[in-house]
Design a protein around this ligand. Structure first.
Ligand SMILES: [Fe+2]
Ligand SMILES: [Fe+2]
Length: 267
């Protein structure tokens, strides 16, 4: 089985790139299951129900969110009508949506979960480790589940790496999101879990983490806020990873994906 994960889709250009490139990629690479993080897909903050539905009509099988999960209030009722969107599991239980979903693909069961990190994050979320421990107590790779994908939505690479090693041998893929810049450490950990500290964003890299440079630059230089961040509008690079799994759900191979835009030109 072959899975693909795409990092934070940022704004219109990120959505457009998925629309124009994803189907071809999935067909060329024979990908069985696609996850995309979409916490910044609508105007750079949050995800509208319309855009969620649009992404799910493309080749995206599952959407993950993040600390911006509820920035767009329109998504909240939509979360009650879909089993294809995953919000962070370490929010409190009464938050809308589900932190874990199980998909059935070619008679295989794929579990997708998202955890939020706590280091350098603006809010204090619940400890992600006990949530992962409970999942691995219930779901054993190669026994009652065929693939486990863990989206680690966090700021600090140290925390992401700790979660990666914590999940080693128990998850198929641990992939970082949230920092919007792809890290160069894609690999397979000792016990067979594919790992990368950050998938990178699917957005315009001629920007400051996907946003038009003017406002973030102004804030860095003058400490003054004069408007909201708006997504940069140049051609997006689709960034992520693909992973080939063996029959017991562990990784045989992890491959970095870069399609189009500034980063895509480097290859
Ligand atoms: Fe985030
Ligand atoms: Fe993000």
């Amino acid at each position: 089985m072959k899975i693909a994960f795409f990092g934070d889709i940022v704004g219109k250009t990120g959505r457009k790139k998925l629309e124009t490139s994803l189907q071809q990629y999935v067909s060329d690479e024979k990908i069985d299951f696609v996850v995309a993080n979409a916490e910044n897909a609508t105007a750079g903050a949050g995800l509208s129900a319309t855009h969620a539905a649009d992404l799910l009509k493309m080749s995206v099988d599952c959407i993950t969110l993040g600390d911006h999960a509820y920035d767009n209030k329109e998504l909240i009722p939509f979360l009650g009508h879909t089993e294809r969107v995953v919000r962070p599991i370490n929010y409190s239980d009464d938050c809308p949506g589900q932190g874990l979903q199980i998909f059935s693909v070619h008679n295989k069961k794929i579990l997708v979960v998202q955890v939020l990190g706590r280091v350098f994050m603006k809010k204090k979320f619940l400890d992600p480790f006990p949530f992962l421990e409970n999942i691995f107590f219930e779901y054993k790779l190669g026994l009652n589940i065929d693939c486990i994908i863990v989206d680690v939505h966090a700021e600090a690479t140290s925390e992401k790496m700790a979660i990666g090693h914590f999940c080693d041998g128990k998850a198929s893929l641990v992939i970082g999101t949230h920092t919007h810049v792809p890290t160069g450490d894609a690999r397979i950990l000792d016990k067979g879990t594919a790992y990368q500290s950050d998938a990178g964003m699917s957005g315009d890299y001629n920007s400051i983490i996907g946003m038009d440079k003017a406002e973030p630059m102004r804030r860095f230089l003058t400490n003054q806020i004069s408007g909201r961040f708006t997504p940069a509008e140049g051609e997006a690079t689709l960034c992520g990873v693909s992973v080939e799994l063996n029959d017991n759900g562990k990784a045989n191979k992890i491959k970095v994906i870069r399609i189009g835009g500034v980063l895509g030109c480097l290859e």
